[in-house]
Ligand binder design. Structure first.
Ligand code: SF4
Length: 202
């Protein structure tokens, strides 16, 4: 079984699924089997059940941990929507701060609006914007939903606004300077801070 809970740069991460509707050209999964202290983040037999995730959480010592716990891992957390909600609620009971790193496609994946439910549990949601237009997003991230993905991401982000959850966009600097500037302008227009992350192959 892959690591469900792992640490990276002194933060605790939750890896609850390997499923993802995208094939981003810069995806870290293309470069290796793990991140940080994890041995492997690939689930060989099956994605974990809630019982398996809970057992991994129970085996972890969160005592004295004051930083946020980040749901990220080797897959899109909202692909495991029910387990994501249950795990987040379980960690919340322990008084932990939670961040969700997501591709923003939860509504399409789960065929319903999901922002309010997620914002009810997560202190911070970081949405991968990645590109300034639907066409460029589809080219870079190759989502199974095609070009309608981009509008769905923007709608999800709009729905998160005003909920009290801290909201951020992110992108990886594998796109042109012009596209980064266009993403900045879009994020600014939407009133959401944008973090430009440096691409690293490790
Ligand atoms: S959305 Fe995340 S996990 Fe999925 S392919 Fe893109 S970078 Fe990889």
């Amino acid at each position: 079984m892959a690591d469900i809970v792992y640490t990276f740069e002194n933060k605790i991460y939750m890896n609850i699924t390997n499923a993802c509707p995208c094939k981003c050209k810069f995806c870290i999964r293309n470069n290796g089997d793990s991140v940080g202290e994890a041995k492997t983040l690939w689930f060989t037999a099956h994605n974990p059940s809630f019982a398996e995730i809970k057992a991994a959480v129970d085996a972890w010592d969160f005592d004295g941990y004051t930083d946020e716990v980040v749901f990220c891992g080797y897959g899109e957390p909202t692909c495991a929507y029910d387990n994501l909600l249950k795990t987040a609620a379980y960690l919340k009971e322990k008084g932990l701060k939670l961040r969700l790193n997501t591709n923003g496609l939860s509504d399409l994946l789960n065929k319903k609006p999901t922002a309010k439910e997620l914002c009810g549990l997560f202190d911070t949601i970081s949405i991968s914007l990645n590109a300034p237009t639907a066409e460029k997003y589809a080219d870079l991230c190759q989502p199974s939903f095609g070009e309608k993905s981009f509008d769905a991401i923007l709608r999800f982000a709009e729905d998160c606004k005003g909920t009290g959850t801290q909201l951020k966009f992110s992108l990886v600097d594998v796109i042109s300077k012009e596209d980064i500037e266009a993403c900045k302008a879009l994020a600014e227009k939407m009133g959401i801070p944008l973090r430009v992350r440096e691409y690293t192959a490790d």
